[in-house]
Ligand binder design. Structure first.
Ligand code: MN
Length: 132
């Protein structure tokens, strides 16, 4: 099963996404990091298929984490989806410049995130089986 790494320091927000994985049959195992440094460590050790990234973290900003992951050979190809409380004009562009590929704003539309996750993971499983 594929792994998804959630980087989120807020416990309530983590629970919302954990519940979506548990009850909305998203076909992946969810791991969580609570800060940027932990996120960089876990991204390297777990090699997740995808990272869901909060922007405001206690140590590094999520966008800085995304930039650092791009400098590391083993993590540079992991897609990063931003889940941000920032909805200011230009924030989305900053996220894309940092290498992030999707941008969701809080309050999070969990159903729409779930649908995108399922589509992404199903496509990934299909391309895996094509390569076998
Ligand atoms: Mn946060």
């Amino acid at each position: 099963m594929h792994r998804v790494l959630l980087v989120e320091d807020n416990e309530l927000n983590r629970t919302i996404i954990e519940d979506a994985f548990e009850f909305d049959s998203i076909p992946a195992e969810l791991a969580c990091a609570e800060n940027g440094c932990q996120a960089i460590e876990l991204a390297q050790s777990l090699k997740p298929a995808l990272i869901l990234m909060d922007v405001q973290l206690p140590d590094l900003s999520g966008l800085e984490v995304a930039r650092r992951l791009q400098q590391i050979t083993t993590t540079r190809n992991i897609p990063v989806w931003v889940v941000s409380a920032h909805a200011l004009k230009g924030d989305e562009e900053l996220a894309f410049e940092a290498g992030c590929v999707e941008y969701f704003t809080k309050p999070l539309d969990v159903a729409s995130l779930g649908e995108k996750l399922k589509a992404f993971l199903n496509q990934l499983s299909q391309s895996d089986s094509n390569h076998v």
